[in-house]
Ligand binder design. Structure first.
Ligand code: ARG
Length: 659
């Protein structure tokens, strides 16, 4: 049962007497969970706007509506506070009857939506052969959790890993393979060698770019310095506004000069890194046009050149296998993994399609789509004939509409691509997908403790696995310390500890990603994510294990407990508070979907676990005053455990029976 939905239902009919259909929805949206539990469980604020509109005192309007709705069976108390806030307290009997229903329901009281949509979720989508970074974990984990939640709510979901398997990184490794491969290393571990080649070629390209750019950058520094000198010589005029403007310009000029110097320094570092190494220096001398050559390799691959195509076909499965290991560990699966190469043959059609629709036009030799709301056009084909990332995305949308007739497409991609997606949605909506709703589920950067973007140690896909390994080994320490500190001595053998560490370690990484507001950056810290107290997976898993340990200690037969369905008694305020929270599970899931934010679910689980903990402190379970209360409390424990396990599962996180 969704209490909020039940309340809205009750108000709906009465509110139609006061407002038109579309407006009723707005008024109903003003019924919400109470901010402060002292004022009740829910509150409704619609009497204020209604009163204004009707020229009546909002308090009178509130009283009139409450009278007409009649909430005696659901609410033990309804109050009108201040200017006309309606505060509603749900009555314990109603809570216990609803909790009884939820307990007997596989879905723990969460009904599927009435009209399901077809969603396509585009997430993870790393560029293969290139180092996969923590940002890709974030996309993977958020996307997976949204897919699970939408499915549970009854929607049709297709998950698609839109792999970058066709980009310039292949030009780089093909070039690297042709010129620098270490055969033995390649035979031992193909992907490792390909990663090395990728980094080497990248470094050589950077070297030449920096080396050739040093003079220009030096001139830039001189120009900036002269400009600063000029500004510094200007005397204050005494005019406040003028002087303020001047000091702003000074600050900016200083900043620009220091930026220019920083860029110069980083170029010098790149140059030095190569020139100080005899072998690298030799490579650089022999490959002065490497940047151009790499582009050519990519172009030849795209044009069907036999050698490059064959190399690509050899490399791709190896790279995919390598990424697959990470997915297996994270227990993430995709319905399809087409990747960019899948759409390659459709790209000419995108360009002609947009030309025929009158949307594409030539500008400086390139095919462009100009959009009203954007300063720069979307380029769909470069003057040399090459297609772009955006062209592939347009083909992908066309394919998805054709194949699945999607209602909504969600792209879980970091915030730096936000402009790309805004343009993409604008073009697709204007061209071939007018009705589909597309959302960029953007997310912030994962930072290290110094506030810089988090880098895995070796910076390659192997590094990402290293990150998971480290989480598991830290989890092992946490689990062992906790077990060693038990009053009656340790309970877990080595194998059990290992299993728990695996679930706790992976869970911690996922939960840390999911529990932060996705649009903010967050600091990656093993210690914080594995704390036994606080908003962590470890705490949730611990709360679940605690429920199981109560059952073990009391010799409770859970199946029987579930069958017997003893009445729920919510005499203590902590029991009532916990039961109320259990009933709010479906509201929490609705909040997740509302703006595609899994942290709505982690927040909810954290609140639930806290209420469980205070219930447990205040209400003896196995030693309850009588059997009826004991049975009711056992059922509350069981339900809490079920909701935690279910919620964690929607986050893609596992549970353990003991910790
Ligand atoms: N491969 C891209 C990257 O790693 C992300 C792709 C996101 N999906 C899409 N349809 N554009 O940055």
């Amino acid at each position: 049962m969704n209490i909020l939905a039940a309340l809205k239902n009750r108000f709906h009919e009465v509110l139609t007497e006061y407002a038109g259909d579309s407006d009723v929805q707005n008024l109903l949206d003003m019924i919400k969970q109470a901010q402060d539990a002292r004022f009740g469980d829910y509150q409704a604020n619609f009497a204020m706007p209604l009163g204004k509109r009707l020229g009546k005192a909002p308090r009178d309007v509130a009283a009139e509506i409450l009278e007409k709705v009649g909430l005696d069976d659901i609410c033990s108390q309804t109050d009108i506070a201040g200017p006309g806030f309606i505060n509603l307290s749900i009555c314990p009997d109603w809570i216990s009857s609803q909790i009884h229903v939820a307990a007997g329901d596989d879905r723990i009281g969460v009904s599927p939506v009435d009209d399901p949509n077809t969603y396509i979720l585009d997430y993870s989508s790393p560029n293969v052969a290139k180092p996969m970074h923590v940002g890709h974990i974030r996309s993977t984990v958020i996307g997976d959790s949204l897919a699970r939640t939408l499915r549970f709510l009854g929607h049709q979901v297709i998950t698609d890993n839109h792999l970058g398997d066709w980009g310039t990184q292949f030009g780089m490794i093909i070039y690297g393979y042709k010129h620098f491969v270490d055969r033995q290393a390649y035979q031992q571990h193909e992907v490792k060698e390909l990663s090395r080649l990728y980094r080497l070629v990248n470094q050589l390209i950077d070297y030449w770019k920096s080396k050739n750019g040093l003079d220009t950058q030096q001139q830039e520094i001189r120009r900036r310095a002269t400009e600063l000198e000029r500004l510094e010589q200007i005397q204050p005029t005494g005019d406040k506004k003028e002087d303020k403007k001047h000091s702003k310009m000074l600050a900016r000029a200083r900043e620009q000069l220091s930026q220019a110097r920083k860029i110069f320094e980083s170029m010098q570092t790149k140059v030095a890194a190569i020139e100080e190494d005899e072998q690298l220096k030799g490579y650089a001398q022999q490959h002065p046009d490497i940047a151009q050559s790499v582009l050519l390799e990519t172009a030849q691959l795209h044009q069907g050149d036999a050698t490059n195509r064959q190399l690509w076909e050899e490399f791709l499965p190896k790279c995919r296998e390598d990424i697959q290991r990470v997915y297996t560990r994270l227990k993430v699966q995709f319905d399809v993994e087409y990747g960019e190469s899948f759409y390659h043959h459709m790209l000419p059609g995108v360009v002609t399609g947009l030309q025929q629709a009158g949307m594409a036009s030539e500008s400086e030799g390139a095919q462009c789509v100009f959009l009203d709301d954007f300063e720069t056009p979307m380029i769909i084909q470069k003057s040399d004939g090459a297609y772009l990332y955006a062209t592939t995305d347009l083909a992908t949308i066309a394919y998805r509409m054709n194949e699945w007739d999607a209602d909504e497409i969600l792209y879980v991609v970091d915030h730096r691509q936000s402009e790309h997606f805004h343009k993409l949605f604008a073009v697709a909506n204007a061209w071939n997908a007018p009705d589909v709703k597309m959302h960029h589920i953007s997310f912030g950067t994962v930072l290290d403790e110094t506030g810089r973007p988090y880098k895995t140690r070796s910076g390659v896909a192997v590094g990402l696995e290293g990150l998971l390994d480290e989480a598991v080994s830290k989890a092992f320490e946490v689990v062992s310390a906790n077990d060693d500190g038990k009053p009656n001595g340790p309970e877990l053998d080595e194998a059990t500890r290992n299993h728990i560490a695996d679930v706790v370690g992976h869970g911690a990484i996922k939960y840390a990603d999911l529990s932060h507001n996705r649009t903010s950056d967050y600091v990656f810290s093993y210690d914080k994510m594995m704390a036994l107290e606080g908003n962590t997976a470890t705490y949730m898993q611990y709360s679940y294990a605690r429920v199981r340990s109560i059952f073990r200690k009391g010799g409770v037969d859970v199946d029987r407990l579930r069958q017997q369905q003893h009445p729920m008694i919510l005499g203590h305020s902590a029991e009532r508070a916990l039961a109320m929270m259990i009933l709010r599970y479906s509201e929490a899931l609705e909040n997740v979907i509302d703006d595609y934010r899994p942290n709505q679910l982690t927040n909810y689980l954290f609140d639930l676990a806290k209420r469980f903990s205070s219930f447990f402190e205040q209400c003896p379970v196995l030693k309850a005053e009588d059997d009826a209360i004991k049975q009711s409390r056992l059922r509350l424990c069981d339900l809490t455990g079920r909701v935690i396990a279910h919620g964690l599962d929607l986050l893609g996180i596992g549970i353990v029976e003991q910790m």
